[in-house]
Design a protein around this ligand. Structure first.
Ligand code: ATP
Ligand code: MG
Ligand code: MG
Ligand code: MG
Length: 443
């Protein structure tokens, strides 16, 4: 159900294997990025869920077209249907050897040379991480001003200079892809393509005049409700503020995942969902709320999102049932864990120890889903520490075991080319509601 990028279903069009039904497209993708989970609430710009707007050219317009369109949309006035950004606030990066893109920015757009920076594969080359299409890219950044950093452009500061839009010039075929920077370009694609992505939430927070993406109209109401429920004020304490933002983000991400049909589980995509919900519960707990809050928080999030995603309302029964049940079961585990933790803390004190054993903390984590920061906090309240090194060591050993398991289960990337033949069938009707033999009949 997850793909690594929005371009995945378009690969046959990008590689020219199948002619695209349209040579241009525009879209808005729902994205989940768990690799940004540690950033959530701490930076202004990283959500685990966000919406990526984009435009596509399948062998139609190329670098000059993509750059010109992007610039026009960003800098035209709102009266003219643009976003009305001030040209002086925009900076760009291009791939280190991409003279063509640098030249378009300089001469066609007229951007001053000092606001065009060059960067390497790490930042300005895009691919999926698998053999297939890729290409250099050019990114557009917004300068949030001296209050957010000393200056010098996006090459040196990605906080003050916030990335808004990535324009990918998808023109090459890659092989031996081992990492973001370690791959081989084996040739040109038969056609030159464009694939762009611009974060809706980042644009929204700049346009709505708020400080970060958790304060936009689609997210802020959840943050405010969490603040009401906890009796703590947003803006009063930096640590609490991060928790409020995590809650607002994770509640929305979980809701969108549930709405798309993911259900909580202990592995795969279901685990992504479970982890997000548990982090939200844990953050509420760290704000001092021990009761169930999802019935409040999810409803508020639904109301903030339903205008754009009406299925949240029509499918609410299913979405909310899963969400509330998951919270209840996690809260039960937490309270069982708390009893065990209290006993362990008593014991540690009785034996004159100043900290809880790493094995105890690990047991709580592993069996009761008890996050380590909660254990640390509760132990801290009892005047004890936690043997963090031993805990980390047990965690590391568990991760290695899980990796081993995954390796033995999955030997290689699945070959899905077999599905191509289905295309020859054209449109087919799904008969499975009424007939058990439908599958064999279609084949
Ligand atoms: P950053 O460097 O800020 O982490 P990125 O380079 O990882 O962003 P891309 O993979 O280029 O982002 O994605 C295209 C666009 O999607 C970005 O320019 C940004 O506007 C938006 N975006 C990316 N990650 C997030 C996120 N976690 N939350 C919100 N918007 C995001
Ligand atoms: Mg990123
Ligand atoms: Mg980036
Ligand atoms: Mg980027």
């Amino acid at each position: 159900m997850f793909t690594v990028a929005g371009m995945v279903p378009f690969i046959p069009y990008l590689t020219g294997v199948v002619p695209a039904p349209y040579s241009r497209a525009a879209d808005l993708q729902k994205c989940i990025r768990t690799n940004d989970i540690e950033e959530v609430g701490k930076t202004a710009r990283h959500g685990t869920f966000f919406q990526m707007m984009g435009n596509w050219s399948f062998g139609d317009y190329f670098k000059e077209g993509a750059i010109t369109y992007a610039w026009e949309l960003l800098t035209s006035s709102e009266a003219d249907g643009g976003l009305g950004f001030d040209e002086k606030d925009l900076w760009v990066t291009v791939y280190e050897t991409d003279d063509e893109a640098a030249d378009i920015w300089r001469r066609v757009i007229g951007l001053p040379a000092e606001r065009i920076q060059r960067m390497g594969r790490e930042d300005n080359y895009w691919h999926t991480g698998q053999p297939g299409p890729g290409g250099p890219d050019s990114e557009i950044f917004f300068d949030r001003g001296p209050a957010h950093g000393p200056g010098g452009g996006p090459a040196v500061d990605d906080t003050r200079f916030m990335e808004l839009w990535n324009l990918v010039f998808m023109q090459e075929m890659l092989a031996d892809v081992r990492s973001q920077t370690d791959f081989r370009v084996v040739g040109d694609l038969p056609q030159k393509n464009i694939d762009t992505g611009m974060g809706l939430e980042r644009v929204a927070f700049l346009k709505q005049g708020v400080q970060n993406m958790y304060e936009i109209d689609q997210v802020r109401p959840v943050l405010d409700r969490a603040s009401e429920l906890s009796g703590r004020r947003y803006g009063a304490d930096a640590g609490d503020d991060v928790r409020f933002r995590i809650i607002a983000d994770h509640v929305r991400s979980s809701m969108m995942l549930l709405s798309d049909g993911v259900t909580p589980a202990n592995e795969g995509r279901g685990y992504v969902l479970r982890r997000l919900m548990r982090r939200a519960v844990r953050s509420m707990r760290l704000l001092g709320v021990e009761e169930a809050t999802f019935p409040e928080l999810f409803t508020v999030s639904r109301d903030a999102m339903k205008e754009n995603y009406p299925e949240l309302e029509t499918d609410w029964e299913r979405i909310s049932t899963y969400a509330y049940a998951e919270e209840d079961s996690f809260l039960r585990k937490l309270s069982a864990g708390t009893t065990i933790l209290d006993t362990a803390l008593e014991k540690a004190k009785d034996t004159g120890s100043s900290s809880l054993g790493g094995d105890q903390a690990f047991l709580l984590h592993d069996t009761y889903g008890f996050p380590i920061d909660l254990t640390l906090e509760i132990a801290g309240e009892a005047g004890l520490g936690v043997d963090r090194d031993a805990f980390d060591d047990l965690m590391r050993r568990q991760r290695e075991r899980a990796k081993e398991d995954a390796r033995s289960r999955k030997s290689s990337i699945a070959d899905v080319s077999v599905y191509r033949e289905f295309r020859a069938l054209g449109e087919t009707a799904f008969l499975g509601y009424d007939e058990l033999t439908a599958a064999s009949r279609v084949v």
